[in-house]
Design a protein around this ligand. Structure first.
Ligand code: 5AD
Ligand code: SF4
Length: 329
């Protein structure tokens, strides 16, 4: 059997790497209500260690990497690290997920380092609401970062919108309309309960189906066929739109049967599923000077631990122990 095929015949080719658990925002749905526990710096993998894990991953069939956080752009020398990742010949695709706050200054360097696809988290187009959701008055920085990403040539630019009833559901039309005139992919993400102190409540959850029917008031949404490296988003397009609409429905439609991903947390754990805490520790072996062969074995073990599906169900929303900023969004 190929080293990257799991017990359920899924080919694991996508690694999401959290380079830090630090973030310059405090989004209501991501950070715990009390006791934000950050990792000691010594617990966080060095860039060299992360590169070793990624390379072992490529030897097991990883072809696509996404760099995330926390907020990846807050880590020192991130751009230099990005360039090293982009030089790994087996990787067909390297992308990043950012909150966009520091993007304006870094967009060009990141693009030149070899990353051409970017996801930016933006849940509202309203400055005040942005500050309420994220804790910081940074809407303008993010908006300018987004424009700069377009100018330097990122494509596609995906905008991640976490859909929360009573918070941004009055703006879905406006957000979706961004995909008409601009080549942006606006993706609505179902609000998930993640981390110990999540404020998740059933009343705040909105299913993708509900969002989709709201958006259909703007005009018909045409389905786009999925491509090989597609993530879990269901893709649509408004008539003659430059961009797309996506729905990421972790709770209402399980995409587990087509899951192709593995995660590496900032503290060096290979995490087989976003919603499961059965991680494989790579940090201890790395610090004990393990070989690339050992790392490959750890990868195989993590792939073998991938559950058939997560058990997060409505209406309780489910729980996993680590919050998003610690797992990597
Ligand atoms: N539910 C849904 N999406 C979340 N994200 C962070 N926490 C949650 C949650 N509880 C999203 C962010 C970002 C991506 C990295 O993960 O909005 O777009
Ligand atoms: Fe930071 Fe992203 Fe979490 Fe918001 S969702 S606090 S931007 S890590």
């Amino acid at each position: 059997m190929a080293p990257n095929i799991d017990h359920y015949n899924r080919r694991i080719s996508y690694l999401r790497v959290s380079v830090t658990d630090r973030c310059n925002l405090r989004c209501i749905y991501c950070l715990p209500v009390k006791d934000l526990k950050l990792l000691d710096h010594a617990e966080i993998l060095s860039y060299e260690e992360i590169l070793d894990v990624i390379i072992a991953g490529t030897e097991c069939g990883i072809r696509k990497v996404r760099l995330t956080g926390g907020e990846p752009l807050v880590r020192r020398n991130f751009v230099r690290f990005v360039a090293s990742v982009c030089r790994i010949p087996e990787l067909e695709d390297v992308s990043i997920t950012t909150n966009g706050v520091l993007l304006k200054e870094r967009a060009k360097e990141i693009f030149d380092a070899g990353v051409h696809r970017i996801n930016i988290s933006l849940d509202t187009l309203n400055r005040l609401k942005y500050a309420k959701i994220t804790g910081y008055n940074c809407f303008d920085e993010v908006w300018e970062g987004l424009q700069e990403a377009e100018v330097v040539g990122f494509s596609p630019i995906k905008i991640n919108v976490v859909a929360i009833r009573g918070v941004n559901d009055d703006e879905f039309h406006q957000l979706a309309e961004l995909s008409v005139k601009k080549p942006y992919h606006v993706r609505f993400i179902e609000y998930m309960s993640i981390g110990h102190d999540s404020k998740w409540k059933h009343e705040k959850y909105i299913s993708s189906d509900e969002i989709k029917s709201k958006l259909e008031a703007i005009g018909p949404l045409h389905k786009i066929q999925r491509a090989t490296h597609d993530g879990p988003a269901e893709r649509y397009r408004f008539e003659s739109a430059k961009g797309e609409i996506g729905f990421i429905s972790a709770l209402s439609h399980h995409f587990c049967p087509s899951c192709n991903r593995m995660r590496l947390t900032a503290d060096g754990k290979l995490r087989p599923c976003l919603f499961a805490d059965n991680e494989v520790d790579a940090k201890t072996p790395l610090r004990n000077k393990c070989t690339q062969q050992d790392l490959k074995e750890l990868f195989r073990e993590a792939i073998a631990r991938k559950p058939r599906q997560h058990h997060v169900r409505m209406p309780d929303g489910g729980e996993c122990l680590r919050p998003m900023y610690a797992i990597g969004g």
